[in-house]
Design a protein around this ligand. Structure first.
Ligand code: C2E
Ligand code: CA
Ligand code: CA
Length: 394
């Protein structure tokens, strides 16, 4: 089921329970109507996950049943006091080979279902060769990442962020790279989600934080040189990791990092799913004195009241909106303006991301955006080049 948690949150658990029962009845009715009544087992696997196994059924029939379930469950379902619209994502795995174990089939169906969800929910996906090779690729990337951690094959780039008022680089975003031979050409856009899926991200996040702090100590703090604000991306997963604030505090103490020189960037989409745990962790992070930024702002759907509840300091305007500023169509311009006015009403700092032209820079400055970053001003740099750049701004 898609978004079952939201349904529970909106309508309450009793309605959620009723809905589960109603859905089971609908599925059973479909199987009866299609004459599979004596050839199936149907079970609830987890809170919002169901499994249907069918024997003596050819592939076309399995596809038909899956489609039918998807179609029937699109319609709103009447429960005691209202009608509730649910959606389902379906994954199908099929085998005529008796040597394929149940466990294997289940894992294939699970992968197909995840793929359906990733492609936008409410879909149906059959496990096939292309999915098998995509999973194989992911697994080998995950393996490469584990090896890279062991072999110290990660490095950092530093992307200067400029103040709009005087165009000085008084902030910097830290970006990870994986340098192992096997990972040439694989960017963090690709490997970070895989690290999240395979449970490697926490080690990576801690490595990034520690390496950044060590760099700050070596090049700024021990020389009493003014330290820019280092903006560190952390995975949304840390917002469910109760030990993260403590880890961060320990590292800040170890490297004597002033909290005002640290900002953590989390993606806006991760906050939509934020429950009480994440809010508690966000508050603990804030107590350490570090700042919090919402990354890729505008691509998620944070409600205004939620925005007020989150202890954030900064909004980073996603580069898809910035890119449109001086294009002929400029369809995203109202978005940039809307984000600026939200930020101004809530007293939040703004950073325009992905500035690639003079026109984009001029516009963001004209609407009083606080900071900008992008290839037009500077690319992500090796540490030495970043330090050289800073020398140009005494
Ligand atoms: P992000 O946080 O939105 O980072 C900005 C990305 O946009 C960077 O890509 C940067 O190189 C790119 N970018 C910045 N300005 C421009 C521009 O003007 N034009 C274009 N075309 N691109 C621009 P990168 O380094 O490949 O990072 C991609 C994503 O990977 C990041 O998106 C972030 O979500 C994630 N990531 C990167 N480093 C880390 C890290 O250390 N930890 C975690 N958890 N995630 C990271
Ligand atoms: Ca970022
Ligand atoms: Ca971003």
């Amino acid at each position: 089921m898609d978004d079952f948690k939201k349904i529970n949150d909106t309508y309450g658990h009793p309605i959620g329970d009723e809905l589960l029962v109603a859905i089971c009845q609908k599925v059973k009715a479909i199987l009866k109507e299609m004459d599979f009544e004596r050839r199936y087992a149907f079970a609830r696997l987890a809170g919002d996950e169901f499994i249907l196994t069918i024997t003596d059924c050819n592939k076309d029939e399995a596809v038909q049943i899956s489609r039918r379930i998807g179609q029937v469950l699109i319609d709103p379902i009447p429960v005691s006091s209202c009608e509730v619209k649910v959606g389902v994502s379906l994954g199908l795995a099929y085998s005529s080979d008796k040597n394929v174990s149940f466990k294997e089939l289940l894992s294939q169906a699970d992968s197909a279902m995840r793929c359906a969800k990733e492609q936008g929910k409410g879909r149906f996906k059959v496990f096939d060769d292309s999915l098998a090779s995509a999973i194989f690729l992911k697994k080998s990337i995950a393996e490469n990442l584990k090896n890279a951690l062991i072999n110290h094959e990660f490095s950092l780039r530093f992307m200067p962020i400029f103040s709009c008022s005087d165009l000085k680089p008084n902030r910097v975003e830290v970006l990870i790279r994986c340098d192992s031979d096997a990972m040439q050409g694989v960017t963090p856009d690709v490997f970070i989600p895989i690290a999240e899926e395979f449970g490697i991200i926490q080690n990576i996040d801690v490595w990034v934080v520690e390496t950044t702090f060590a760099t700050m100590q070596t090049h700024f703090i021990t020389h009493s040189r003014p330290c820019p604000v280092f903006c560190i991306n952390i995975s949304a997963i840390e917002l469910l990791n109760s030990s993260f604030p403590k880890q961060l505090r320990t590292l800040m103490q170890k490297y004597q990092i002033p909290s005002e020189s640290v900002e953590l960037e989390i993606t806006e989409t991760s906050l939509i799913e934020a429950g009480e745990t994440s809010l508690r962790i966000l508050k603990e992070l804030k107590k350490l004195g570090v700042k919090l930024a919402l990354d890729d702002f505008g691509t998620g759907y944070t409600a205004f009241n939620q925005l007020l509840a989150y202890p954030v300091d900064c909004l980073k305007i996603d580069r898809t909106f910035v890119a449109d500023i001086d294009s002929e169509h400029a369809s995203h311009l109202p978005m940039v303006n809307a984000i600026m006015s939200i930020a101004q009403s809530y007293n939040l700092v703004t950073v325009g991301e992905g500035v690639e032209t003079q026109g984009q820079l001029d516009y963001l400055r004209s609407v009083s955006c606080n900071y900008v970053q992008g290839y037009f001003l500077a690319k992500p740099l090796l540490l030495d080049d970043y330090l050289l750049l800073l020398n140009e701004y005494p």
